[in-house]
Design a protein around this ligand. Structure first.
Ligand SMILES: Cc1cc2nc3c(=O)[nH]c(=O)nc-3n(C[C@H](O)[C@H](O)[C@H](O)COP(=O)(O)OP(=O)(O)OC[C@H]3O[C@@H](n4cnc5c(N)ncnc54)[C@H](O)[C@@H]3O)c2cc1C
Length: 388
């Protein structure tokens, strides 16, 4: 039976200087962020901050120099990301373009598309959103109904997307669209295509959806006969499913999959240290040690996947495990901290710990939904192990 491959990764010595450089930058630029803004920070949109990172070469770090990239290693990029996320830096504006849309363009895009979009992403001037999910197509993504019809002047696209993160602020969407109807005898995964859609094009309407905490990160997107030029088809017509699943594997196992609640852990440790000066709190200290050990294990597993990706292998099963375990960890953390820290503390207290806890208790249920649900990931793992 196949098994998991999690090999330890030794970070090259070159990353120490880079890590110090990022920490220096963050000490000046992100030290005063309130705890609740540091939580889940890869959803926090701040275009000016993204441009500051761009000026330091921290967007598109691994991409070819001819498109403005830094040609640095995947492990160097990992170190920059983990430092940004651990500090709670607001990296949401460029996150999708840097992690997913840019690599998809590099893999499937035409030369003209790469030349147009990649340098703009690297400069922090072009942000992307992901147009996959629809009202009746989430886990069962191949059921998308948004239709694209080829005409002489371009593709005419109509349909609806939902849960589209940052659609109200992004410049372009990579949308999954049905371009050929399901004929008898064909699979529903056939006949799908990906398009680069200008979010300002006539016929694109974005309606924000507020989440439980009242914040707007994701949206409904209505596409009403939107004219998309022929040269904005990404990759091969009809190959959208294969391209899309390749794109999803890029987003599974990074440090964002276990660090979304990190600001809470930091605030809780601070309060624990203050408490420890007055009294002993063995149970909480033991729990903190256990949580730190879990965090470190997840970090080593995630780093191992990054190492395998850098070496050119495709650790799809390991990436799915990291996402599932990482999401379970970051999702459970608010409840664990609440149970340990909240004797005598009201959620409406105006302390950093209370504020970040209140926010994460409301938003953490979504951590195991975005990017593929727990059940879908476990299906991928069991298939990879030959169990289904
Ligand atoms: C914060 C957030 C941000 C998001 N951002 C984006 C975005 O930018 N772009 C985008 O396209 N989408 C985005 N999504 C959507 C996300 O990808 C979907 O919510 C997710 O894929 C699940 O789809 P669904 O909501 O339709 O649920 P469903 O697919 O209807 O699933 C409902 C439940 O049934 C379970 N289930 C479904 N099928 C199976 C099965 N075969 N076996 C066992 N259990 C199953 C699921 O695990 C889940 O628990 C985002 C979601 C969230 C929460």
């Amino acid at each position: 039976m196949p098994s998991f491959a999690f090999h330890p990764v030794d970070l090259p010595p070159s990353v120490s200087a880079l890590r110090a450089e990022v920490r220096d930058f963050l000490r000046n630029e992100a030290a005063d962020l309130p705890a609740e803004r540091r939580a889940n920070c890869w959803s926090v949109f701040d275009a000016a901050f993204s441009r500051e990172l761009a000026a330091r070469g921290w967007i598109g770090m691994t991409w070819p120099r001819r498109y403005g990239g830094g040609e640095r290693s995947a492990l160097e990029r990992y170190v920059v990301l983990e430092e940004l996320l651990a500090a709670g830096a607001p990296v949401g504006a460029h996150w999708i373009a840097d992690r997913q849309s840019g690599p998809a363009l590099l893999r499937y895009g035409s030369e003209a598309q790469c030349e147009r979009f990649l340098p703009a992403i690297v400069r922090g001037e072009c942000f992307f959103c992901i147009g996959m999910s629809e009202p009746n197509a989430g886990s069962d993504l191949a059921s998308v109904r948004t239709r694209g019809v080829k005409t002489a002047e371009g593709w005419r696209i109509s349909g609806q997307k939902v849960w589209t993160t940052h659609a109200h602020q992004a410049h372009f969407m990579i949308a999954l669209v049905r371009t050929r109807a399901n004929a008898e005898g064909t699979k529903k995964h056939d006949g799908l295509s990906q398009f680069l859609i200008d979010m300002k094009a006539p016929g694109v309407r974005v309606r924000p959806i507020a989440d439980l905490a009242g914040e707007v990160h994701f949206n409904e997107v209505f596409l009403d006969d939107v004219l998309v030029p022929h040269d904005m088809l990404l990759g091969v017509e009809g190959q959208g499913w294969q391209q899309c699943t390749g794109e999803l594997s890029l987003e599974r196992s990074g440090p964002e999959r276990y660090l979304s609640s990190h600001a809470l852990f930091v605030e809780w440790l601070r309060s624990l240290c203050a408490d420890a000066r007055d009294r002993t709190c063995d149970a909480a200290q033991q729990a903190a040690g256990r949580i730190a050990a879990e965090l470190w294990t997840l970090r080593q597993m995630s780093l191992s996947v990054a190492g395998q990706l850098a070496a050119g292998t495709d650790p799809a099963v390991e990436a799915a495990i990291v996402k599932d375990l990482g999401n379970s960890f970051e999702q459970a953390l608010p409840g664990r901290v609440q149970a340990l820290a909240c004797a005598g503390m009201a959620l409406e207290d105006d302390t950093p710990l209370a504020r970040v806890l209140a926010l994460l208790l409301q938003t953490s249920p979504s951590f195991s939904l975005r990017g593929g649900t727990r059940e879908i990931l476990r299906g991928i793992v069991s298939r990879g192990l030959g169990l289904r």
